[in-house]
Design a protein around this ligand. Structure first.
Ligand code: ATP
Length: 383
């Protein structure tokens, strides 16, 4: 069982711009780490370098305390599960799962014990004699996971393993992957996805990669931390906009006054709002972006509110997204309200914006520190 350490790892394909830039990362033994980011930001390249399927351009990769840069894939103690399952079509489920062990000339009785054990965890026991073509997509992916488990690797690598599954199976298989990771105990898992729900639900720690902008070039780490840390304390506009769906509302504003735990800002239409943010490093008049998540704003009366007009609504059943705006604003605000809310286009809605829920970003897009306690963020479930 093993930790994974990347020290100053970079990679370019041929003479092109680097796709991975100077990545430093330590994944502890037993940790479930998810690489997430937009298409093309370098997630798979980073994973494939850990797997040994791609050369490391520069820097060092260690698994445990062993330098792995030049160690072939088969000798790294890692097992990888691909989006495409990569099963042998002419072999049964049993033979597919046993393949690596048989190749390594492991004793037949030991192979049987391991394959049957993995099949039990994955609920595949009744399918061991079938060929892959007689399985559903979800069952095929479970066989691919089983093939990885029987090798008892120190490191599991998953490259978008749920992308080919329908929505229901995706949720079920996601739960199974989390359960297997917990049951196996001390194996480290690295999981690549572009789906932020998978990232939020599976990860002990998320590594969000930049995808190239004026602020940061692609292939570098935008933020690395626990899922709720990225959600509640995004470092910059890119992270704030990537994590959360629908995306955080961004509204241009100016600083009016900055106190120790409270900043007063003014919107383009002249409205004044207060945010529990420390903006003392900026001067009054500084341009800002105010950020508020759709689920943090609510339609109703409160101490601090403004009025916006309903333009459009999307009904999801459990919730409704209202698209609201005023004449001064380019983009509509999206506000999440209960699913049974009845709104009509053109209706004017008072909007309540809690001071503790607001984010402020400076002109460069860097977040200003929020003055919000952990206890304001997570509320214990009443017994
Ligand atoms: N073998 C290759 N040769 C040249 N360029 C490549 C190669 N593989 C990937 N790239 C480029 O490297 C960049 C990163 O690709 P990578 O597949 O790692 O991204 P990703 O974040 O996993 O994307 P996706 O979510 O679309 O799979 C992309 O611009 C891609 O076009």
């Amino acid at each position: 069982m093993a930790s994974i350490t990347l020290k100053g790892v970079s990679k370019a394909y041929g003479k092109h711009e680097p796709v991975i830039r100077n990545v430093d990362l330590h994944i502890a033994q037993g940790e479930f780490c998810v690489f997430v980011g937009a298409s093309g930001c370098g997630k798979s390249t980073l994973l494939r370098m850990i797997a040994g399927l791609e050369d490391i351009g520069s820097g060092e990769l260690l698994i445990g305390d062993r330098l792995m840069n030049d160690v072939p894939a088969a000798r790294r103690g890692v097992a990888m599960v691909f989006q495409s399952y990569a099963l042998f079509p002419h072999m049964t489920v049993y033979e597919n799962m046993a393949f690596g062990l048989t190749l390594a000339k492991v004793d037949k009785a030991v192979v049987r014990e391991k394959v049957v054990g993995a099949a039990r965890i994955l609920q595949l026991e009744h399918l061991l004699a079938r060929l892959p073509k007689a399985l559903s997509g979800g069952q095929r992916q479970r066989v691919a996971i089983g093939r990885a488990i029987v090798r008892e690797p120190g490191v599991f690598l998953f490259d978008e393993p749920l992308s080919n599954l329908d929505a229901v199976l995706r949720v079920q298989t996601r739960y199974e992957i989390a359960k297997i990771h917990r049951e196996i105990g001390n194996a480290s898992t690295v999981y690549v996805t572009h789906d932020q729900v998978e990232a939020m639900t599976l990860a002990d720690r998320i590594v969000l990669l930049n995808s190239g902008s004026a602020l940061a070039r692609s292939g570098s780490i935008a933020q690395c931390g626990a899922p709720l840390e990225l959600y509640h304390r995004p470092k910059n506009l890119f992270v704030a906009g990537f994590i959360g769906s629908p995306k955080m509302n961004f509204i241009p504003a100016r600083l009016v006054a900055a106190g120790e735990r409270l900043a007063r800002v003014q919107l383009a239409g002249g409205e004044l709002l207060e945010a529990q943010v420390d903006a003392r490093r900026l001067l009054p008049g500084a341009p800002l972006t105010l950020g508020i998540r759709p689920e943090d704003a609510s339609a109703g009366n409160a101490t601090q509110h403004l009025v916006r007009e309903v333009q459009w609504q999307e009904r999801l059943g459990d919730a409704t997204y209202l698209y609201l705006r005023s004449g001064d604003e380019q983009a509509p605000w999206i506000v999440k309200v209960p699913g049974n809310t009845h709104a009509v286009a053109g209706q004017r809605v008072p909007l309540s914006l809690p001071r503790a829920a607001m984010h402020l970003f400076d002109e460069q897009g860097e977040a200003l520190p929020r003055c919000v306690e952990a206890t304001d963020i997570l509320v214990p479930l009443a017994a």
